[in-house]
Design a protein around this ligand. Structure first.
Ligand code: PLP
Length: 449
């Protein structure tokens, strides 16, 4: 569509006057005004089009404005916009069935929320009520959302200002060989030591006081660390031995991102509770939820579940989930993510890493990849320090600006850039983005030595 800078300025003026933005110092931000989006691209009012290598916040797995999902929302809006959660409704029933058919094992009941953080809140509540225990364990390298329990479970620095309410949350180190907390030098050693560390944490916290262990199946925002073979199975076994509920957070990794419906499918592990959001309907209407095992669901057969939301199972959200899941199956979108990841993205990123002194490690699967940027490949010193801001973060800011100048919208977190395009991305689009990324990395290389 034609550029319209005046319209963009008006949007921006109202935004700056009245919109209070997430995670930001309100006086220091300069949001890009967006005019539209389609497929793998979005564009502003000034005529700049960006290839979306971020999938926004890693949620538009089906791309922007998928026509089948847009039509389903329009049809549902004409039919029934909203209804209280206590009723049975066709689209809610169907969405729950389609999700339950895809989740692993006996996770056959779905509690719907408006997003990921509420899913985590409710999963933790279920685990505490099911076990009668209070404590919850989670990983330092994690993100679980920004509501009370979810932000406390989160490991990254966004937790710090809210830590006063962290009653009952204990953090531990998950496996991450490239920056091993255990001085390991093989994946197998990392796996064994990470499991031993978790065992010891549980022993010293008191197994009888621990309700749940919450893990992202593949940690996302914290760096896309694919766990070593055997780690999640080991956590499952530890949970079983101590009567601890195993919660896998698949808010980011679920619904095709890793090249399977769920990341847990790569590891043959079934948690007791699985949280989801984002890719379930690509965020076209806010939706998240918890998939619940038969055993935990049975806890609330005769006893009321003390949790609920006005918009739990909202018809517009559920209609968009039904259309999304059906389109993903019909168009083999999960298969596309797996194929492009393995055949195009992985080899291209490994080749890029060889040529750029700033790329310390490439890791991931499907359309879920991280480049760990470093000052020096030998020392692995991160390109910017943990939680850097302002001038200290300049190398990453310069890299991100170079991406945008090249028409690529990157996902950037600390010293990493994540290659997380839509699961629908074509081979030609992926190559276009990888070329732009390759060029932009010279801005990061300038800070190595
Ligand atoms: N869990 C994980 C793994 C996430 O990546 C996120 C969001 O990025 C959340 C939970 C929180 O989801 P929401 O922002 O929808 O509350």
């Amino acid at each position: 569509s034609a550029a319209d800078p005046a319209a963009g300025r008006a949007v921006k003026a109202d935004d700056r006057a009245h919109v209070f933005h997430s995670w930001s110092a309100q006086g220091l931000i300069d949001p890009v005004a967006i005019a539209g989006a389609e497929g793998s691209y979005f564009w502003d009012y000034d005529g700049n089009r960006y290839l979306d290598f971020s999938s926004q916040l890693v949620n538009t797995n089906i791309g922007h404005q998928h026509p089948k999902v847009v039509a389903a929302i329009q049809e549902q809006a004409a039919k029934l916009c909203t209804i209280a959660p206590g009723f049975a409704v066709d689209v809610r029933s169907e969405a729950a069935r389609l999700i339950a058919e895809r989740t692993p094992g006996d996770l056959d009941k779905i509690f719907f929320t408006n997003g990921g953080a509420e899913a985590v809140e409710n999963a933790v509540r279920m685990a505490r009520l099911h076990t009668g225990r209070a404590k919850v364990l989670s990983a330092y390298r994690s993100y679980h959302g920004a509501t009370a329990a979810a932000i406390n479970l989160t490991g990254d620095p966004r937790r710090w200002p809210s830590d006063t309410a962290s009653a009952g949350v204990v953090h531990f180190w998950g496996p991450f060989l490239y920056r091993s907390a255990f001085h390991a030098d093989s994946e197998q050693q990392e796996c064994e030591r990470a499991l031993a560390h978790l065992e010891q944490t549980i022993a010293f916290e008191g197994p009888q006081s621990i309700a749940a262990i919450v893990l992202e199946t593949v940690p996302g925002t914290a760096g896309i660390m694919v766990p070593p073979a055997g780690y999640l199975a080991g956590v499952r076994e530890i949970c079983d031995r101590h009567g601890i509920v195993f919660i896998l957070d698949e808010v980011m990794a679920g619904f095709g991102r890793t090249g399977h419906w769920f990341a847990a499918d790569h590891f043959g592990v079934t948690p007791d509770l699985l949280t989801f959001a984002k890719g379930v309907n690509s965020g076209y209407v806010p939706l998240g939820g918890v998939a619940i095992s038969a055993e935990i669901a049975a806890t609330f057969d005769q006893r009321p579940y003390p949790g609920g939301l006005t918009y739990s199972g909202h018809p517009l959200a559920c209609a968009s989930a039904v259309a999304t899941l059906n389109a993903m199956a019909e168009e083999r979108i999960v298969e596309n993510a797996a194929d492009l990841g393995e055949r195009v993205i992985s080899p291209a990123l490994r080749e890029i890493a060889e040529r750029h002194p700033s790329v310390g490690e490439v890791r991931g699967l499907g359309v879920f990849w991280a480049l760990d940027l470093v000052k020096n490949k030998e020392t692995r010193e991160p390109l910017v320090p943990y939680n850097a801001s302002g001038a200290a973060n300049a190398p990453m800011a310069e890299f991100a600006a170079a991406c945008k100048r090249g028409g690529l919208w990157p996902f950037v977190n600390m010293n990493r850039t994540h290659v997380v395009p839509a699961c629908t991305i074509t081979e030609a689009e992926a190559k276009e983005g990888l070329t732009a990324l390759d060029e932009a990395l010279t801005a990061a290389d300038a800070h190595t030595g």
